[in-house]
Design a protein around this ligand. Structure first.
Ligand code: NAP
Length: 298
């Protein structure tokens, strides 16, 4: 059996179209413009690329899009002062600080300083707690939220299914667990979370109807670990050397795609699966933040 491919580029484009329409409606009906500010400290080339993509997409969607570049020598106090000013600015609805910052920056304190109402990454414990208890007026972390939307828009209902999540990080694995287990439409899964101390990972995976792989190990999930007909979502992004490639490497996921696609019913590719959804959900969160801060319903 060859799996059906979940096209993340296509679904992300649908989400962006929705976001653009909501943005237009906010402007027409309420005179509002969603505002997203991304702060980057230092000159990490990969971070520059990510921030550039976010800034450009926000602009294209009609947001007030702002990129703040701070030098690598920025102190904690300087960064906190910048966040305080953005917290007070009513034109700014979403704030994020690109990770990783330079070593002198305490990321935890930065996370706590961003006003939870503007925490569109959903890193603040206030929003993480809201997500866990099923409150819908906070935010969801962009990557796991993107996975939920991929499932929903592919007509895959996790209800009653056994989901196995590989990885327990705070940005992917744990929130993925919280979202899939909720007592709500589009969730209701029975969830097992595996990590580096889990023995018998293969046995857990073999019992899964849905596997979300997020461990950062190239092609870890092999075909013999997957139950025939399971849905496989690959969050991993790994570089592997490839002398034939122009850049000397290529990107692969945590799933051995070609062989798992022979066993699974649905599968996400890498690239072009979960990746494009992360920015799409960040933009959705920013529109939500704008609505919440201005008392706009719906
Ligand atoms: P992370 O913080 O490094 O966490 C990795 C998790 O995998 C940890 O819980 C770790 O277990 C577990 N793990 C590592 N090796 C394992 C093994 N051999 N067997 C079982 N569990 C193992 O990574 P992350 O930030 O969650 O990211 C995971 C992957 O997703 C990475 O490839 C990353 O690049 C990718 N990612 C993609 C997006 C996107 O937009 N598509 C967004 C975020 C991340 P312990 O907790 O026991 O150490």
């Amino acid at each position: 059996m060859a799996a059906q491919i979940i096209d993340g580029n296509k679904i992300a484009a649908q989400v962006h179209a929705d976001t653009a329409a909501e943005t237009q409606a906010l402007r027409d009906r309420h005179g509002l413009q969603p505002g997203l500010t991304v702060i980057i400290v230092g000159h990490d080339p990969a971070s520059q690329v990510y921030v550039g993509m976010k800034e450009k997409r926000a602009r294209e969607l009609g947001f007030l899009s702002q990129k703040i570049e701070m030098p690598a020598t920025t102190t904690q106090a300087e960064l906190l002062a910048r966040i305080d000013a953005l917290n007070r600015d009513p034109r700014v609805h979403g704030i994020l600080v690109q990770s990783p910052p330079p070593p002198q920056i305490d990321e935890r304190e930065i996370t706590l300083r961003i006003d939870p109402k503007k925490d569109v990454d959903c890193f603040h414990p206030y929003n993480v707690g809201k997500m866990l208890i099923g409150d819908t007026d906070g935010f969801y972390p962009c990557t796991p939220y993107g996975v939920m939307v991929l499932l929903e828009r592919s007509g895959i209902d996790p209800a009653g299914k056994h989901a196995v999540i590989l990885g327990r990080s705070n940005i992917v694995g744990k929130p993925m667990m919280a979202l899939l287990v909720q007592k709500t439409r589009g969730a209701n899964a029975t969830v097992t979370v595996c990590h580096s101390r889990t023995p018998d990972i293969k046995d857990h995976c073999r019992r899964a109807d849905l596997i979300v792989a997020a461990i950062g190990k190239a092609e870890f999930l092999r075909a013999d670990m997957v139950k025939p007909g399971a849905v496989v979502i690959d969050v991993g992004i790994n570089r592997v050397d490839d002398p034939a490639a122009k850049r000397g490497y290529r990107l692969v996921g945590d799933v051995a795609y070609a062989e798992v696609a022979e066993v699974a019913s649905w599968i996400t590719p890498v690239p072009g699966g979960v990746g494009p959804m992360t920015i799409a959900m960040l933009m959705q969160n920013t529109v939500k933040a704008c609505k919440l801060q201005n008392g706009v319903k719906g």
